[in-house]
Ligand binder design. Structure first.
Ligand SMILES: Nc1ncnc2c1ncn2[C@@H]1O[C@H](COP(=O)(O)OP(=O)(O)OP(=O)(O)O)[C@@H](O)[C@H]1O
Ligand SMILES: [Mg+2]
Length: 164
């Protein structure tokens, strides 16, 4: 196990409402190193923005964190610089200006990316953590960290996530 594996959490947890999902984002955020790129994947309305909102609050962001869907990205300043991207409307980063992601990625901050799969295969930046959220009926959600089944676990590693 390399050092990057040891430092990454890998766990699955169920939440029963948005407050709980926010709390999990808030719990993970302090473990992020400066320059972290965090991929937040999952189907529509699973709570990706909700999770990021909790993470941002723990990073000292006092602005209201909303979906950046119509702007691609929002920047916040907390105890560190925070960028929140939503790539839902991108077909592929290949169709965008080169360096679109790098523009928002700050080595002295933390960058959260929703719908990372819309960037295509190459994000061109090292991924620090991956969060995958799925519906579990009603207000229940399953949150998986460092998740190989989302296809983004190769850089985040951690112990193999057990399947149910
Ligand atoms: N356990 C839960 N965790 C997170 N959100 C929940 C939960 N239960 C209900 N919700 C609700 O689900 C919605 C999730 O919205 P949110 O914008 O966070 O999802 P999203 O995954 O970012 O959506 P999108 O795919 O449009 O970006 C909110 O209305 C939230 O209140
Ligand atoms: Mg969202």
């Amino acid at each position: 196990m390399g050092p990057e594996r040891a430092s990454q959490p890998s766990a699955r947890v169920e939440t029963s409402g948005p407050r709980e999902t926010e709390a999990h984002g808030a719990a993970l955020a302090p473990t992020l190193a400066l320059g972290s790129l965090v991929l937040v994947s999952g189907d529509l309305g699973t709570g990706k923005t909700t999770w990021v909102r909790g993470a941002c609050r723990a990073l000292g962001v006092s602005d209201l964190v909303r979906s950046p869907t119509f702007t691609i990205a929002r920047r916040y300043s907390g105890s560190v610089a925070v960028a929140h991207l939503d790539l839902f409307r991108l077909d592929s980063l290949a169709d965008e200006e080169p360096g679109l992601l790098e523009e928002y990625f700050d080595p002295a901050g933390v960058c959260f990316v929703e719908w990372p799969e819309h960037a295509g295969v190459d994000l061109a930046l090292p991924v620090s953590a991956a969060v995958h959220i799925s519906h579990r009926g009603g207000d229940r959600r399953l949150i998986v960290y460092g998740c190989p089944e989302a296809g983004w676990g190769h850089r985040t590693a951690g112990p193999e996530v057990p399947r149910r």
